[in-house]
Design a binder for this molecule. Sequence first.
Ligand code: PGA
Length: 258
Amino acid sequence: MRRLIVAGNWKMNKQRDSAVQLTKAVADGAAQAAGSIDVVVAPPFVYLPAVLETAAGTPVTVAAQNAWHAEKGAYTGEVSLSMLQDLGVETVILGHSERRDLFGETDELINAKTTAALNAGMTVIFCLGEQKQQRLADETDAVLDRQLTDGLKGIPAEQLSRLVIAYEPVWAIGTGLTATPEQAEGAHQFIRNWVSRNYSQEAADRIQILYGGSVKPSNAAELLAQPNVDGALVGGASLEPDQFLPIIEAAANLAKSA
Ligand code: PGA
């Protein structure tokens, strides 16, 4: 049985006070889930200390939204993995489509970051997903295959236990459009088969694959109920407790009834 994960990607939102308030509310929601699922929040870098302090002693895991793979040096504006670990952050989101599309991150760069983060002992939430025109042109599988092959190049099997994959169709991110449960399940099956072919059936059975793209209270239960969907990476709906807590609850209900 794979554990469900509900992760909130706050992107470039919140200020210190509202970040602390939201963390408190998420911690209450996570406590209600009583350990049946994992709950993650990913605030902007500058609020990591405040959020870590608020989340200490609660079931909430705090993640970073990005990192740079070099140990240190002349990388103006970047944050290293060891800086994150120094704060107590052990989970990092890498390869988000906004990093790919707005900031030009390539599969090669994402591979370097993923390799460095896993080597540092961190947990990586590795994001991938197709653009709208790629889906329309029936290229989804080819795009996912390339993102997996190039993005996970050289990652040894023994590090896969700290890798979580997040399938996020770009056309569904922040658009209000959601993949249908069938579309999500199909892509997740493809990803799991890829892991089975390139690693092992055991690794494929174990790896957690999250869905992201306009997840909200009204669609969470149905998406999470798909056999190959092991959680959600939530953007917009992670910013308000009245949106995010029902998603945590939907996951906890599924976990408890499983
Ligand atoms: P969204 O974002 O839920 O606002 O679509 C998801 C994500 O980008 O992780």
